[in-house]
Design a protein around this ligand. Structure first.
Ligand SMILES: Cc1cc2nc3c(=O)[nH]c(=O)nc-3n(C[C@H](O)[C@H](O)[C@H](O)COP(=O)(O)OP(=O)(O)OC[C@H]3O[C@@H](n4cnc5c(N)ncnc54)[C@H](O)[C@@H]3O)c2cc1C
Length: 284
């Protein structure tokens, strides 16, 4: 069912207000296919939403149709895991642990859903989604469903083919390995504890706002620190004092506050260090 004028405030990790002109919560492949065809006929712009942990809602009104993606299922077969794209990423890791499967621990504590993680080629502790994925089931803008093999996913640093095609990711297949449950649990705890220590969950945010400019030989967070921008505020937003590549919503920030800080970082990096920063967050 399509809803009109739907608030997205509870569906993005920044908790920013914003109303979707049309909103559809995934129910079934057939229904999604019909809805995509309807949107195409009417020339309605599409926005795909997963867990909302890597988007910045910059406008009060989002024209077009926001599709909140599912489906929600997890099936283990041998050392593979078939998962719906709407599954919470940490829940998938827990499921793997439950079955004594190792390989996905690095994703434990990563906010958001599997679809968004694959789209972004999410990365932590030198491992990426691309290390464990085998294939993904997608629907294109005409409502056709097909599988994409890993070899066709064009993975790069925080990049994948899904960022360059109008596809909705429906499900994915992971290759994991049998492991010792206690060691898997320890590694999961280690990964989430690092996030806790770094303050990842202290305030609403989207995680890192910029991709690391590897060609410049410095991580974005370190660059922000060297520019003495940590702790700088605009309205209710702050360049996080614990992590220079996070801009946090400290106190009822609005999108303009966050965008202002993003622009200050970008400008200072360019003017003082000659480094061009690319946002990692998807700005709606
Ligand atoms: C505290 C914190 C820490 C973070 N740490 C990390 C980190 O260590 N490493 C990292 O890589 N990221 C990190 N992130 C960013 C974010 O959590 C990841 O990018 C996450 O994988 C995004 O998933 P999501 O479901 O929330 O995607 P969303 O924010 O909903 O969407 C992100 C993008 O993916 C697209 N998308 C989402 N689902 C689908 C789908 N099913 N089909 C097609 N397109 C889709 C959206 O259109 C959008 O462009 C962090 C974020 C926070 C808040």
């Amino acid at each position: 069912m399509i809803e009109k004028n739907f608030s997205l405030q509870c569906l993005n990790s920044y908790c920013l207000p914003g109303t979707a002109e049309y909103f559809y919560r995934y129910h079934s492949e057939d229904e999604l296919s019909d809805i995509l065809r309807w949107a195409r006929r009417k020339d309605i712009p599409l926005h795909i939403l997963g867990g909302g942990s890597n988007i910045l809602i910059s406008r009060p009104f989002i024209e077009g149709l926001v599709i909140h993606m599912g489906p929600l299922f997890l099936n283990r077969k041998g050392e593979t895991l078939l998962a719906g794209s709407g599954v919470d990423t940490s829940l998938a890791v827990l499921h793997a642990w439950h079955h004594g499967l190792s390989g996905a621990e690095f994703l434990y504590g990563l906010p958001g859903n599997l679809g968004g993680a694959l789209f972004m080629n999410a990365r932590a502790y030198d491992r990426s989604m691309s290390d464990i994925i085998l294939s993904a089931k997608v629907m294109d803008e005409t409502g056709e469903v097909f599988w994409v093999d890993k070899s066709d996913m064009a993975f790069g640093y925080k990049d994948s083919v899904f960022q360059h095609r109008p596809w909705a990711i429906l499900a994915m297949l992971f290759q994991l390995q049998k492991g010792d449950k206690e060691s898997i649990r320890k590694e999961m705890t280690r990964c989430i504890d690092i996030r806790r220590t770094k303050g990842h969950y202290d305030f609403p945010s989207c995680g890192s706002v910029f991709k690391n400019p590897y060609e410049a030989g410095i991580p974005a967070g370190k660059l922000v620190e060297e520019l003495s921008l940590k702790g700088k505020r605009a309205g209710g937003a702050e360049i996080f004092s614990k992590h220079g590549n996070f801009i946090v919503n400290r106190d009822s920030a609005c999108a303009e506050d966050i965008l202002k800080l993003l622009e200050i970082i970008r400008q200072e990096a360019r003017e003082k260090r000659g480094i061009l920063l690319t946002p990692e967050v998807d700005i709606w």
